[in-house]
Ligand binder design. Structure first.
Ligand SMILES: [Zn+2]
Length: 377
């Protein structure tokens, strides 16, 4: 079987779990973090460098790839894996989130969404069938169904309506599938409404997808509001399938979501912050432009095997102040390495029945930092 999720161990004190998700391009040990390669590139890094951070699976964006270079170009060049030189598993987002965050004049009918390209203003259409056809053309291992994302806060009626449509669109995506080497994950919507979230999760579970995602979070709600949604939605999602929390988050968010039963993550936080001179460490984030690092000979983190940590904080700070492109490259490599080591630590801790201890230890370190609040947004 191309796809299967094996659960190895569940934490005794929490819902944290250790599993393996098997794909045609290799296994993904969970909990796992996927770096975001929106436009068939993890910004600033080669595929070999991405691999060296410990990343197993990466994410690409259907919306961006369909606009540029176009899915037919990628298909003709041998698919996304070959096109970008990444031979590991790839998950593609359906474009649902971008339709409502990037595209202009998005209008949703039962049949499809119409919108204008953020690049050239062209009028385009995205239906569930088209979202799957694009993802099949690029050949990702996991395709996300097209969902109807709405801004929060919204009226309950509007959330319910989008949630209903998301379920009908998920069924249409499933019916449109023609590739046996691609798995589809359904997306649970429902805003911050616990009843709607649970109802949506159960309806989607009845459709029997190989994996399930929680969407529509990390859009401006507080961390506690997000955790409350996870508290109710995770138990409503099938225990024998991977659970993916889309677009989240800080190191603290990751551990808090893992504790509630999430297996998979993606987020631009380590890469985007890296480009902006912010480095994640066990003592909280460091802002490299800060004067305090001017003569600091220490690496960002002792024992970190990344490319940045061969250098001093003083040198890294200099690169940013001098506007050298090496600065963003090195900090991206460090931050992705930090996220991967954090999750490798989670996997080991769950295996050894000490996830709670690991969780407390990391939280204590992050809480020490006065910079944490400013950077953890
Ligand atoms: Zn490092």
């Amino acid at each position: 079987m191309s796809f299967c999720f094996t659960l190895h161990r569940s934490d005794a004190q929490s819902a944290a779990r250790r599993g393996t998700f098997h794909t045609p391009h290799g296994p993904v040990e969970t909990p796992a973090f996927m770096p975001v390669g929106t436009q068939a590139a993890i910004k600033g890094l080669t595929s070999d460098q991405v691999r060296s951070t410990g990343a197993q699976m990466i994410l690409g964006n259907t919306y961006h790839l369909a606009l540029r270079p176009g899915e037919q170009v990628i298909r003709e060049l041998g698919g996304l894996h070959r096109f970008m030189g990444w031979d590991g598993p790839i998950l593609t987002d359906s474009g649902g989130f971008q339709l409502f965050s990037l595209a202009q004049n998005t209008k949703v009918t039962e049949q499809q969404a119409t919108f204008r390209s953020h690049i050239d203003g062209r009028l385009l259409e995205l239906s569930p069938e088209r979202a799957i056809a694009i993802q099949e053309a690029v050949g990702s291992d996991v395709a996300m169904v097209l969902d109807h994302v709405i801004a929060l806060p919204s009226a309950d009626d509007a959330i319910r309506d989008a949630c209903d449509r998301t379920i009908r669109w998920a069924a249409r995506c499933k019916a449109a599938a023609t590739r046996s080497d691609q798995a589809q994950f359904a997306i649970v919507q429902g805003g911050l409404n616990p009843e709607l979230r649970v109802w949506c999760a159960r309806q989607l579970a009845d459709l029997d997808f190989p994996g399930y995602a929680v969407g529509g979070l990390s859009v401006g709600e507080t961390p506690n509001e997000m955790y409350q949604v996870l508290d109710v939605v995770c138990p409503a999602m099938p225990a024998d399938k991977p659970r993916y929390l889309m677009g989240v988050g800080t190191p603290r968010d990751l551990l808090s979501a893992i504790r509630r039963g999430i297996d998979l993550f993606d987020c631009v936080m380590p890469t985007r912050n890296g480009r902006n001179a912010l480095a994640f460490t066990d003592e909280g984030p460091l802002r490299l432009r800060n004067q305090i690092h001017q003569r600091d000979e220490r690496p960002l983190e002792v024992g970190c095997p990344c490319l940045a940590c061969r250098h001093s904080r003083a040198y890294l700070r200099h690169l940013f102040l001098a506007d050298e492109m090496l600065g963003p490259i090195l900090l991206t490599h460090h931050n992705l390495t930090y996220y991967q080591r954090l999750l490798a630590g989670v996997r080991q801790a769950v295996e050894q029945d000490r996830f709670g201890e690991y969780f407390d230890q990391k939280m204590q370190g992050w809480n020490k930092s006065a910079e944490l609040k400013a950077a953890g947004d």
